[in-house]
Design a protein around this ligand. Sequence first.
Ligand code: G1P
Length: 300
Amino acid sequence: MSSTDTKAAKLIRKCVIPAAGLGTRFLPATKAVPKEMLPIVDTPTLQYIVEEAVKAGMEDVVVINGRGKGSIEDHFDIAFELETTMRARGKTADADRMRAIANLVRIISVRQKEPLGLGHAVLCAKSVIGDEPFGVLLGDDMIDSEDPGIGQLARIYQQHQKAVIALMEVPESETHMYGIAAGKDLGNGVIQIDHVVEKPKKGTAPSNLAVIGRYVLPPSIFPILEKQTTGVGGEIQLTDGLATLQKTEGLLGYKFQGQRYDAGDKVGYLKANIAYALKRPDLRGGLLEYLREVVKTEKP
Ligand code: G1P
């Protein structure tokens, strides 16, 4: 096997989920409950993200958390008393469902002691990731797709042996809310990025291609992030690190397949709840009936 073959053979088996943010946009709900534990219908947003990673073949999920995030670890652990009580009451299927969450994947918790930014959060996973390419999934971005979003990116990484980030077209009026990338269209949704910038000021965005929270990165991002100075909002930005990576090794973008919901925004969160509830046979009928009623009676 040549060294290139060895490199190509390295599957993406580890991923990082930053979950140390304060969740101020969802106060007071997030005063005592981590933002990542807020439910879409009846399942914490973080569980959907972990399930996406597992579906894409991830074996180790590194959750970067901070103070007051203990319930995240509890959620992915065995709830012995709950399960025992449920089994005693004959609710075996429910107990099995709870056990399945604990058996989903190996979760490794890493503490980010200060909220210094997304780039810093990813850097906190350095020693767990080691010398392998890895995925990053941001909990605010829900990607509803049969073919998991992070798996789509992992395939592009395997093919090109280059860092790849998820991209989506957004209206011009929203470009200041995202990382924005521009570059050459290589076909099949792949973009060779020549410029990426975090939250450009209104009217200065190089394109309308927004960075959505899925990334597959080489371990060479870590030394870059170690040197990264603060950027937008006084934070160590992952996008600034990616801009350096683009110059040194190259960077691809991928227009992923699937419906994206911004669960970090209140309207986006509500939309995700409705969309996921409509997919549930037990909820669809009742919810549709109510929505039709609302459309009929509510004034704009
Ligand atoms: C983060 C990234 C940004 C990206 C966005 C996608 O920003 O820094 O580049 O476009 O996620 O959701 P945040 O929304 O955490 O401010």
